[in-house]
Design a protein around this ligand. Structure first.
Ligand code: HEC
Ligand code: HEC
Ligand code: HEC
Ligand code: HEC
Ligand code: HEC
Ligand code: HEC
Ligand code: HEC
Length: 323
């Protein structure tokens, strides 16, 4: 907090003095000496603000679809130490503190703060000067996220590492199309009220208490009525007239979607290979059949489902498999 106020104060002082102390000498020096610097080994000009962009030395910093307003205004020294002759563009405070002097702390967006945000590593994702992407991002997701989630990430508290999501996608038979819309269609990048940084409701545990309002994360894109509707014909996960999504999900002890589905990529219909059961990961053994599918789980004996009665089996009443 103290640091914050200090930085804010310094920024105001710098801003008010920069016009006189920065711009004027900058312009003069550049006008007189710039050609000479270009041809010699001499030190660059003794300024960090003013016409640094226009003069050409750092004009690349203002080229891009999005230019940080403070850079466009050439207020270089709101962030950089005006390191006089050294001209080294050192930060006047740790990066995170500098950003928070002007921006609301994105960590306030929720009780769970994303590791790099908590550490003030804003520039892991944002270019401080300019960018080709909205919000000054260095890349769009998922590329933005692969910098770190292309390998396991340590939570720093002894629990299992955060999965390598790139590997999950590379190895998946089916990739969830939601990923094409960007990782931020489900996760916030800064902070959230859920540990997994969800941007809408989703249960934190394998079993949720009740289901109403619990799965808004998924129902941003999927029709709730198609997955959980009374009318079984809207879902493929049905046994004739019975909506098996309802059987598993629409109950007091609700099995959350990721009990069976992998949210990023998995087997057919995004099914998972295993289901967490106490301390163990037990195989689901989901197999697609001609008429539906079968599962071998620890939850119940081998069960199959059949979407409709095959024509050849009509009009005789068929023996339904696995029931
Ligand atoms: C919003 C804060 C901010 C402003 C304003 C800003 N910079 Fe930077 N600049 C940074 C950060 C952060 C770095 C990276 C420092 C690091 O990684 O240690 C950086 C790095 C640099 C570098 C090193 C090379 C590079 O591109 O990374 C140069 C040169 C530079 N800035 C010049 C400028 C100039 C000239 C201006 C004014 C036109 C300016 N900066 C304005 C934050 C800023
Ligand atoms: C001296 C004040 C100041 C500092 C310091 C500062 N910013 Fe900004 N920033 C602004 C202003 C002004 C805008 C434009 C108005 C807005 O979007 O809030 C802006 C906009 C942004 C945007 C939105 C860009 C867009 O077009 O969507 C991002 C992202 C951002 N800043 C990140 C940072 C980061 C990261 C740092 C630290 C390296 C930082 N800012 C430091 C003043 C500042
Ligand atoms: C893991 C990547 C990541 C980190 C680290 C990160 N951001 Fe962001 N930031 C994003 C993404 C993605 C967006 C655009 C989507 C959004 O607004 O959430 C964004 C948007 C922003 C915006 C624009 C918000 C708006 O409403 O236009 C600001 C300002 C910003 N970030 C500041 C910061 C600051 C300050 C830090 C460091 C404390 C930081 N960010 C760290 C990924 C990140
Ligand atoms: C600079 C490295 C870095 C970048 C870039 C990054 N992350 Fe992370 N992420 C981490 C670290 C470290 C953790 C573990 C600490 C924690 O839980 O925040 C983490 C945790 C997470 C978690 C929570 C996992 C859990 O179970 O606790 C999610 C979700 C996540 N990141 C999503 C993203 C998304 C989406 C992006 C891209 C927009 C992204 N991350 C970019 C470093 C990064
Ligand atoms: C359709 C929504 C959705 C999208 C899109 C999505 N995720 Fe996730 N993500 C989830 C859910 C749900 C979980 C929780 C899974 C669980 O707990 O079993 C999760 C978990 C995670 C975790 C924690 C993994 C762990 O160790 O348990 C990380 C990291 C993560 N996602 C990163 C990403 C990245 C990076 C992207 C973009 C490539 C992305 N996610 C896209 C829904 C999504
Ligand atoms: C950003 C939009 C979006 C979000 C959010 C989203 N999905 Fe999807 N999902 C899609 C799209 C698009 C498809 C491909 C078209 C289709 O099958 O509907 C898809 C397909 C699927 C499939 C595979 C269907 C099949 O038979 O192959 C499953 C299962 C699924 N989503 C589950 C989920 C779950 C569980 C969540 C919440 C954790 C979720 N989705 C959140 C967009 C989304
Ligand atoms: C008990 C396991 C299980 C649970 C829990 C589950 N699903 Fe499914 N889901 C399946 C199976 C199996 C299929 C493939 C059905 C088929 O054969 O076409 C499926 C198919 C889907 C599809 C493709 C369209 C359709 O309805 O056939 C979507 C979308 C979907 N599930 C979303 C969800 C969402 C969202 C949740 C949580 C609210 C959820 N699922 C919970 C097993 C499950």
């Amino acid at each position: 907090m103290q640091k914050d106020t200090d930085t804010r104060g310094r920024i105001h002082r710098v801003l008010s003095s920069s016009v006189i102390a920065g711009v004027v000498p900058c312009l003069l020096l550049l006008a007189v000496d710039r050609a000479a610097y270009a041809q010699s080994d001499a030190e660059p000009p003794d300024v960090v603000s003013g016409s640094c962009l226009a003069a050409g030395c750092h004009s690349d910093l203002s080229r891009g679809k999005v230019v940080h307003e403070v850079v466009a205004e050439e207020s270089c020294d709101v962030c950089h130490e005006n390191s006089a002759n050294e001209h080294r563009f050192e930060m006047m405070d740790p990066i995170g503190d500098v950003c928070l002097a002007c921006h609301d702390d994105p960590a306030d967006l929720g009780g769970y703060v994303h590791g790099p945000v908590a550490e003030g590593r804003c520039t892991a994702c944002h270019d401080p000067h300019r960018s080709e992407h909205a919000s000054l991002l260095r890349e769009e997701s998922p590329a933005l996220c692969w910098q770190c989630h292309g390998r396991p990430q340590d939570r720093g508290d002894g629990r299992r590492a955060v999965l390598n999501i790139k590997k999950v996608l590379d190895e998946a038979e089916v990739v969830h199309e939601a990923v094409d819309y960007g990782c931020d269609s489900c996760h916030g990048a800064h902070a959230s009220d859920s540990e997994r940084l969800f941007n809408d409701t989703y249960p934190a545990r394998a079993y949720a208490e009740g289901y109403e309002g619990a799965y808004e994360l998924c129902f941003q894109c999927h029709e709730e009525s198609e997955v959980l509707g009374e009318d079984a014909s809207s879902t493929g996960f049905r046994d004739l007239e019975t909506n098996l999504h309802r059987v598993h999900v629409a109950r007091e002890k609700s099995r959350r979607c990721t009990f069976c589905h992998s949210p990023h990529g998995g087997g057919p219909h995004l099914t998972r290979k295993t289901v967490p059961f106490g301390k163990w990961d037990l195989p689901i053994g989901f197999t697609v059949t001609e008429t539906g599918g079968t599962c071998t789980t620890a939850c119940h004996e081998v069960r199959g489902y059949q979407k409709e009665i095959p024509e050849e089996a009509l009009p005789d009443s068929p023996e339904r498999s696995g029931k």
